[in-house]
Structure formats: C-alpha cells, structure tokens
Design a protein around this ligand. Structure first.
Ligand SMILES: Cc1cc2nc3c(=O)[nH]c(=O)nc-3n(C[C@H](O)[C@H](O)[C@H](O)COP(=O)(O)OP(=O)(O)OC[C@H]3O[C@@H](n4cnc5c(N)ncnc54)[C@H](O)[C@@H]3O)c2cc1C
Length: 350
C-alpha cells in the first residue's frame, strides 16, 4: 500500500501514475473539497505539455505577450514564441483527481495527517484514526508534515479582480516586492499579485492606486528551494512544494511537481534512487533559478531600470521570447554571451 498525503497536482498526478502501474494507492487530503481554496496564479508555460498534456477545459486563457515594466516606467514587450496558459487551478486539480479515480485510487477527504512514525511499516496518525502503510509520500505542500525540515518561504499576496485588461498580455512590475504581476483571465478579470516578505503592505499601496474591484483573495506562501534537502528517507518520500520544488525566479512550482511525480513513480517501480533521478532532470534548473533570484533581490531600482534597458536590445529580447523560463540552463549562458552587460550583475551573487 502506498499512502500519499495531499491531493494537489503533485499528489494526484503521482497517485494516477502509480495506480496505472498496478500499485494500490490511498490519497489523504485535509480539505473536504478538492481544488479549494485556490492559492495560485496558475500561469504555466506550454512546456507542461511535454510532461502531461493539459486538457483545454482547465485553461481559461492563453497569453502571447509579456510586458516587463521597470521602476522608471520604461518597459520591454516580449512576444512569446509559444503561448503561456492560465489555468483554472480548481479545475486542474479536479482533472488530475479524476485521472487518479479512473485508475481506482482511493481518496480520503477531510483527513489531516498530524504525525507519523516511520519504521518498516509506517504508522500514519490522523485526528480520529491511525493506519499503517508500506510507503509514505508527502505531497502536502509548503507546510508539509511528512517533510520534517521546515522550509523557508516567501509570501504571495494575490486576488482576482474586475477591471479592464489586455487579455493577451501579462504584466510584470519590477521594484514592488520581489515583483508584482497582472495575469488576465479575459478582458474584464485578472489575477493581480505581489510576492516578497512585505507583500501585504505593498499590495495595499498598489490597491489604493489601481482601478480594480477585488472579487476573491487567493494568497498563499511559496517555498524557497533548498538544494541540500533530502527528499527520500527509506520508504518515505517528498515532492512538489513539500520538497521546495519551486523555481525562485518566478515562483512557479506546478510543472516541477508533475516532473517529480514521474521520477518518483519510476524510482518506486524500478527500485531506483528518487533523489538522484529528479535532481538529474531539473535540479540544476531550480538551483540556477535560486541564484538568479538572489541576484535580483540584491538589485537596486536603478539596476532594474538598467536590466529592462538591456532586455529591450533585440538579441536579448529574442532569447527571452524563444525559451521557456522553466529551464534557465538552456538559455542563461546564451543570454550572457549575447549581452555581456549582464555580467556586471553577477558580482551581486558571488
Ligand atoms: C500566490 C501564489 C501564486 C502562485 N502562482 C503560480 C503560478 O502562476 N504557476 C505555478 O506553476 N505555480 C504557482 N504557485 C505555486 C504553486 O501553487 C505550487 O507550486 C503548487 O500548488 C504545488 O503543488 P503541490 O501539489 O506540490 O502542493 P499543493 O498544491 O500545496 O497541494 C498540497 C495539498 O496537500 C494538502 N495538505 C497539506 N497538509 C496536509 C496534511 N497534513 N494532511 C492532509 N493533507 C494536507 C493541502 O490541502 C493541499 O491540497 C503559486 C503559489 C502562490 C502561493
């Protein structure tokens, strides 16, 4: 028996893969309803289709342009080679849940794991019951109970809002927290957010200036990647946000949770080392993203102005338009070669 804690994208997709390969799988989820509350912008690159083809029903918008605005209001507009998707996160979670159900995964809703005792058989402790399992997987998000190491995190404050938006462009403002964003669902609704330790304060300031009507809060916390974190202890594994698998540049984690699920299924089935498998596939991407974030966080407002000026240059812009931001190793060095002015910022990291 394999027990997965958490019915987010990482947990449900893993449950589906394992059950499809003949394993008996139980998923335990603390909420009694799946997909809610939404605490996510749901913006992903189409690179996700190489991992698992996202059903069109889960996509509320496809976006072709990014507008990056510097503190001095200079901006660069990127026309993406491949459109980004805006997910309906609740529908996406339900879609993966239905996939898992179609393979006879058993869901135990309204069951919050409180603790566990690991030995050859693992004892799972819930509020009103205890049960045993052979393999335990923590897909239980940033405050994971399965992962005994506390993860560092950053606060993301977000709301859906009514207003007037360009439905084919998402906007990133540099210089507000780590950054702020407007991701349109359509011409009248967008997901507007700020991320950073002061996100609450900055959001309130932005809200006063903006001409929006807020309709639904979707705030949450995002783990900071720690490359020293162990993700496997005998027959206990962690993945997704529970293992800090989020790229620190733009704080996206959905695609890595799905990739980790594939690697964990392979590890269990083929008795391979899970830690090695996922790190080989995308560990470098998470680490590079963390380094870039460290450098971005040390930049002054003037540095941001200069960065946007550099990105306006045709050669740099083309690279940012052509490559998916989930895999910085594929374009970062090319970008620096084409735009050596970026080297100046490296001293901020090292
Ligand atoms: C404001 C914000 C915006 C974001 N925007 C994006 C974005 O645009 N693109 C992107 O790719 N990522 C984004 N992210 C990150 C993304 O939401 C996560 O990376 C993703 O949800 C991780 O999926 P997961 O399945 O690993 O964890 P989660 O989605 O967190 O799922 C964990 C599940 O475990 C359950 N659970 C937790 N503890 C227990 C317990 N003890 N017992 C039982 N069940 C438990 C929870 O209820 C939940 O259902 C954003 C995050 C935030 C906060």
């Amino acid at each position: 028996m394999i027990s997965i804690i958490g019915a987010g994208p990482s947990g449900s997709y893993l449950a589906y893969l394992l059950a499809k390969n003949g394993y008996k799988v139980n998923v335990y989820e603390e909420h009694s309803k799946l997909g809610k509350p939404v605490q996510c912008t749901g913006l992903i690159t189409s690179a996700v289709d190489n991992v698992y083809k996202v059903d069109d029903e889960c996509i509320v918008n496809k976006i072709g342009n990014i507008r990056i605005i510097a503190p001095n209001n200079q901006e660069v507009n990127l026309k993406l080679a491949r459109k980004n998707y805006v997910l309906d996160r609740a529908k996406f979670d339900m879609f993966l849940n239905n996939l898992a159900l179609s393979e006879n995964v058993r869901y135990n809703l309204g069951n919050r794991l409180i603790d566990y005792k690991a030995s050859k058989e693992i004892e799972l402790i819930f509020k009103n019951k205890k049960t045993n399992t052979g393999i335990l997987v923590g897909a239980d998000g940033v405050n994971s109970v399965v992962n005994r190491t506390k993860l560092k995190f950053v606060i993301g404050k977000q709301a859906r809002a009514r207003g007037s938006f360009d439905a084919d462009t998402f906007t990133v403002h540099l210089g507000y927290g780590n950054f702020s964003w407007v991701v349109p669902e359509d011409e009248n609704t967008a997901r507007i957010g700020v991320i950073g330790q002061d996100a609450n304060k900055i959001y309130n300031e932005l809200a006063r200036k903006g001409n929006f009507k807020f309709i639904e809060w979707q705030s949450g916390i995002v783990p900071i990647y720690d490359r020293k974190l162990k993700t496997q202890f005998d027959n206990v594994y962690i993945l997704g946000d529970a293992a800090g698998m989020v790229k620190a540049t733009t704080y996206g984690g959905i695609i890595y949770g799905l990739m980790a699920a594939q690697e964990l299924c392979k590890a269990i089935k083929e008795k391979k080392n899970y830690d090695e498998l996922w790190r080989k596939r995308f560990g470098n991407e998470l680490y590079l993203s963390l380094l870039i974030r460290k450098y971005l966080n040390k930049m002054s407002l003037n540095d941001y102005n200069e960065l946007v000026k550099i990105f306006k240059n045709e050669a740099a812009r083309k690279i940012l338009e052509d490559y998916d931001r989930d895999f910085p190793s594929k374009f970062l060095f090319k970008l620096i070669l084409r735009e050596p002015r970026l080297l100046k910022f490296l001293k901020l990291v090292f």
